[in-house]
Write a protein that binds this ligand. Structure first.
Ligand code: NAD
Ligand code: UDP
Length: 329
């Protein structure tokens, strides 16, 4: 397949590019490098630098390249920042999707796989969460992703653009070569922050809230390896290429770990004591998010291969140890 990966210099995008190439696909990456890294892009992929809100930039990509499927990872995704600066999120996440859909329609490109999130659900009524459960986001980031899903649905009906929306739970881990991995600035995700302690970059990890209604009082999340997410994108593209209809899929392991359990596993993996300090809840955090991914397993044939938390953290640790300053750009 010929795949255009928008946001392919980012964390999940760069891992997907690598897996796509490994599977024999031809890959073109387009990225603004706002949060991504040029060095994260596999050298075998063709690369265009620009912003997807710029219609002329997309015209160039779509004219110069023959594209079967678009994979769309571009977004701002910091929950806290989305609360203090919501328009930045509406502008990039929704603005980007509008220009992209207009240009796909103009250039006759009819298939897209895009990044959605567990944040579309908000505070769930039950776990594991299935795709038909209520979607009531508790922050502007989740709202923009839900609005994107709805925009894709209507565009699908009106213009025949078929989409797959993948609602990831907590993406983590790194490629087995430890040559690419997570490098967000600022970093807000639990696992890379925990690993900053054994790296000597942070004295302790804060536990945000110990009074949740969970077995140890800390929040529970479903941690899914980034390479398993990458594989789901390849399966979703195949599904669309074989006439699959527009649909939405959760992607998680179906097992939840508390913040305390994640810290304890990181201690085991790194052999470091990793001091932790209990602190206040972080605004907008649901107590538990656990995915049912039965639909992705049944329809896409997806099967997570790296589902042990220890293996996930070990892969992240290998990346951070080899690259303590990330991509250094
Ligand atoms: P990331 O910030 O590492 O990657 C996003 C990439 O998109 C970056 O390379 C950035 O430079 C690029 N980009 C952003 N806006 C752009 C624009 N207008 N034009 C061109 N390029 C642009 O983020 P990530 O963690 O890899 O997440 C990828 C996607 O997955 C995002 O859409 C995010 O909302 C979603 N998601 C991530 C997680 C997670 O745990 N990381 C969970 C659920 C959903
Ligand atoms: N968390 C924490 N300390 C930190 C960072 C995160 O206790 O320094 C908690 C956070 O409150 C949430 C979980 O770890 O319950 C996962 O947070 P992350 O930001 O990694 O992902 P999210 O679930 O918010 O997408």
């Amino acid at each position: 397949m010929n795949i255009l990966v928008l946001g392919g210099a980012g964390y999940i995008g760069s891992h997907t590019v690598k897996e796509l190439i490994k599977a024999g696909n031809s890959v073109v990456v387009a990225d603004s490098l706002t949060t991504g890294h040029r060095k994260a892009v596999d050298s075998r992929a063709k690369y265009y630098e620009g912003d997807i809100r710029d219609g002329a930039f997309l015209d160039k990509d779509f004219t110069e390249e023959k594209i079967d499927v678009v994979m769309h990872f571009c977004a701002y995704s910091l929950v806290g920042e989305s609360v203090t600066n919501p328009l930045k999120y509406y502008n990039n996440n929704i603005g980007g999707a509008i220009t992209l859909l207009e240009k796909m329609q103009e250039h006759g490109i009819k298939k897209i796989v895009f990044s959605s999130t567990a944040a579309t659900y908000g505070e769930p009524e039950r776990v594991p969460i299935v795709e038909t459960d209520p979607t009531v986001p508790t922050n502007p980031y989740g709202e923009t992703k839900l609005a994107m899903e709805k925009m894709f649905k209507w565009a699908s009906e009106a213009y025949g653009i078929e989409y797959v929306s993948l609602r990831y739970f907590n993406a983590c881990g790194a490629d087995e070569t430890a040559s690419i991995g997570e490098d967000h600035g600022p970093e807000t995700h639990l696992i890379p922050l925990i690993l900053q302690v054994p790296l000597g970059k942070r004295e302790f990890i804060s536990i945000f809230g110990t009074d949740y209604a969970t077995h140890d009082g800390t929040c529970i999340r479903d941690y899914i390896h980034v390479t398993d997410l990458a594989q789901a994108h390849i399966l979703a593209a195949d599904y669309l290429m074989h006439g699959g209809k527009s649909d939405i899929f959760n992607l998680g392991n179906g097992v939840g770990f508390s913040v305390k359990e994640v810290i304890e596993t990181a201690r085991k993996v790194t052999g470091h004591a990793i001091p932790a300090k209990e602190s206040e809840r972080r605004a907008g955090d649901p107590a538990q998010l656990i995915a049912s991914s039965e639909k992705a397993k049944k329809i896409l044939g997806w099967k997570p291969e790296h589902d042990s938390l220890e293996e996930i953290i070990a892969s992240a640790w290998a990346w951070h140890k080899n690259n303590p300053d990330g991509f250094e750009d």
